[in-house]
Design a protein. Structure first.
Lengths: 414, 277
């Protein structure tokens, strides 16, 4: 019944997803990314690596994460649809990756990368972080496996995300403030790349999203695909059929590609990403919607959609959610957009904030502000699909980290 | 291939000395001062000019050149304005080769063919694009070939035997040896290691070999100039501009840069005489 199309195995040998991806790095780093690719192929062919991953995913991360029927949200959207004279709304399921250890999907990827680092005999880990979620997940696995960890974080973000900075320190990581550029996530990534160029022998760079030079977009996708594999099996078990749509927020795109990828060959399943629309997608660039409001270009090792000026200078962007506040997007999303396999919508700061509160009150779950963006579009899609439709949304992080931001936005002083 | 560039390396060979390649950033600290700075370079002893074009995210540059880029951007710098500066420089200097150096994205936005045509039209002699390794420089190489421009390849301490074959396969102009694993200007280069690397490279290619990234002072420049065909210095010049801008004396930058260039150029010129003495 559900057609599984033959889907090309991407990226190709040059790390390309169509025109996107690639290895746009300084020559000093080329031998390192080639080494990493060899080590990854080696690990892929080794059943012991897969076994080690699945043990840690189960016992340390707490997988599989549940697939939860969000009944009251479904009722809520059904009522709205009926009031609008529509037949009703689709059933909404949450993939509950916010229940993972450290509270987000980031740990799936960090675990995979640190196991690779150990296989390669690396003795020092570096990472970049914006909101601090990837930094916390990296610091966590570094503590667990006993490797020293340096996290680069923009000085501006350190000021905005104090609890996560302290968490990383408790976990034994060194948090190095980055003051270059605008002192936010993209500058932290530049600084991590500079550190890597400087410490080529012993250092492994754990990139936090499905971007960067090949093979990072591929291996981050593969490590995050556990989300989609579980979700696919769980929905088949609960509903006896595939969903009509799977939805996720897009920062760099790792949680989204992890959910999408196992469904990519299922032609009937719509893949829907939601970018951060910030204060609106227009020429002010006060958003982080690289696909909806950017153009293709080259940054951080890959060709992809970027927020940039006419002459190729990168813009900072904005989002209420620090985890979506990145001017680019993973190259596989750029490709899926261009070929029309996936669709990319956006939600503004205000819409995400409203969705955050709705989810808290109706489901008793404080979602992170990142997946709140996806949730802000779930209602529209649920109405469009109508009763009998099925949606899975990736609830990829919990909102505890965001209570200060939310309070601030609601004019509440804590 | 650029006539100016090959003529310059041929002349250096006849004179049995290494050349000094001076790097400065376009429009740093502002367009007029930058033109004055660049115009003064040849007389001060720069044999080849490497002209940086600014990018917001210079991932291979240390603090000195990062800040130079920010000053340039603040002054309205872009790839277009860099080409305009080059055009202006060419009105008075027809012989000094000028190589552009920077990152891929501004070129992507201009378009590879348009960039090659514009660079050729402005009187440029090639380009170094830090984040276009051999695997990614095909489109630029093709466009450059149509305009007789070389794309300068980089070799580094991490470049092993097999990698070197890839790097040298389509190299042209000269080979740029990045003498440190690190960012521009980062740490003083170990002259011994750099000299050994140059010998290895020279055994593998007939192209001239230039050495750069960690060369900041006269002594290390001289040591490298004994074996390399050219020495690249950048951060040391850019730091002069930074110092004077911070002091509110930006107008003195052209003279200060020229003085620094003279100091390093003298060291480079004397290097092989010293060796023979
Ligand atoms: C909970 C959560 N969701 C999403 C993101 C965005 O990243 P990605 O698009 O790679 O999933 C982040 C990043 O920090 C995050 O913490």
């Amino acid at each position: 019944m559900d057609a599984r199309r033959n889907w090309p195995d991407l990226p190709d040998a040059n790390g390309r997803f169509g025109a996107y991806g690639g290895r746009f790095v300084a020559e000093t780093l080329m031998p390192l990314v080639l080494d990493l690719e060899r080590a990854y192929r080696d690990a892929q062919a080794d059943p012991a690596f897969a076994a080690q991953m699945s043990d840690f995913l189960r016992d340390y991360v707490g997988r599989p994460s549940p697939l939860y029927f969000a009944e009251r949200l479904t009722e809520h959207f059904t009522k709205i649809a009926e009031a609008e004279g529509l037949g009703g709304a689709a059933k909404i399921y949450f993939k509950r990756d916010e229940l993972n250890h450290t509270g987000a999907h980031k740990i799936n990827n960090c675990l995979g990368q640190i196991l690779l680092a150990l296989r390669m005999g690396k003795t020092r880990i570096i990472a970049e972080t914006g909101a601090g979620q990837h930094g916390v997940a990296t610091a966590t696995v570094c503590a667990r496996f006993g490797l020293p960890c340096t996290v680069f974080m923009g000085a501006t973000d350190i000021e905005r995300q104090k609890p996560n900075v302290f968490r990383m320190k408790l976990l034994g990581a060194e948090v190095r403030p980055v003051t270059s550029g605008a002192a936010t996530l993209k500058d932290a990534m530049n600084e991590a790349l500079r550190d890597w160029v400087t410490n080529v022998d012993n250092t492994f760079y754990i990139i936090g999203t499905a971007a960067g030079p090949h093979p990072y977009p591929e291996l981050v996708r593969d490590f995050q695909s556990v989300i989609g594999r579980e979700a696919r099996a769980q929905i088949l078990e609960k509903e006896g059929r595939l969903p009509d749509a799977v939805m996720a927020c897009i920062g760099g795109g790792s949680n989204a590609i992890g959910l999408f990828h196992p469904f990519i060959a299922d032609e009937s399943v719509r893949l829907i990403g939601v970018e951060a629309g910030g204060r609106g997608i227009d020429e002010r660039f006060e958003h982080s919607a690289a696909i909806n409001g950017g153009r293709p270009g080259v940054l951080h090792g890959n060709r992809t959609y970027l927020l940039q000026t006419e002459d190729g200078q990168i813009l900072e962007g904005h989002s209420i959610s620090a985890g979506l506040d990145y001017p680019g997007v993973g190259p596989e999303h750029a490709y899926l957009n261009d070929i029309g396999r996936a669709q990319y919508l956006s939600a503004t700061d205000d819409e995400a904030l409203a969705a955050f509160q709705l989810c808290a009150r109706l489901e008793g779950i404080l979602p992170a502000l990142e997946p709140s963006h996806a949730l802000a579009r779930v209602g529209d899609v649920a109405k469009e699909l109508g009763p009998g439709g099925l949606i899975i949304m990736n609830l990829c992080g919990r909102g505890d980290k965001d209570v200060f931001t939310v309070a601030d936005s609601l004019g509440v002083t804590l | 291939m650029s006539v100016r560039l090959s003529a310059r390396f041929a002349a250096l060979k006849r004179e049995n000395r290494a050349g000094l390649i001076a790097y400065v950033m376009a429009d740093d600290p502002d367009p007029d001062s930058a033109l004055e700075i660049v115009r003064a370079l040849p007389a001060a002893g720069a044999d080849i000019i490497e002209l940086g074009f600014p990018f917001t995210d210079p991932m291979a540059d240390g603090p000195s050149i990062q800040r130079a880029g920010q000053r340039s951007l603040k002054a309205g710098g872009s790839l277009n304005s860099t080409l305009a500066l080059l055009t202006a420089f060419r009105q008075t200097d027809h012989d000094t080769p000028v190589i552009l150096m920077g990152y891929a994205n501004p070129i992507e936005q201009m378009g590879y063919e348009a960039f090659a045509a514009n660079l050729s039209g402005a009187g440029g002699d090639g380009a170094i694009v830090v984040d276009l390794p051999p695997e990614e420089d095909g489109p630029l190489r093709a466009a450059f070939a149509r305009h007789g421009l070389p794309i300068i390849r980089l070799a580094t301490p991490t470049t092993n035997e097999t990698r070197l074959t890839t790097v040298l396969a389509q190299a042209s102009g000269f080979v740029y040896y990045v003498s440190v694993t690190g960012v521009t200007g980062a740490k003083a280069v170990g002259a011994e290691a750099a000299r050994a690397a140059v010998s290895l490279l020279k055994a593998r290619t007939d192209l001239p070999v230039a050495v750069g990234f960690g060369v900041r002072d006269a002594a290390s420049a001289a040591s490298i100039a004994q074996v390399a065909d050219a020495v690249v210095v950048g951060s040391a010049f850019v730091d002069e501009i930074a110092r004077l801008v911070d002091d509110g004396r930006a107008h003195e930058a052209p003279r200060a840069v020229a003085a620094k260039v003279r100091e390093l150029s003298e060291a480079v010129r004397a290097a092989r005489q010293m060796e023979r003495a």
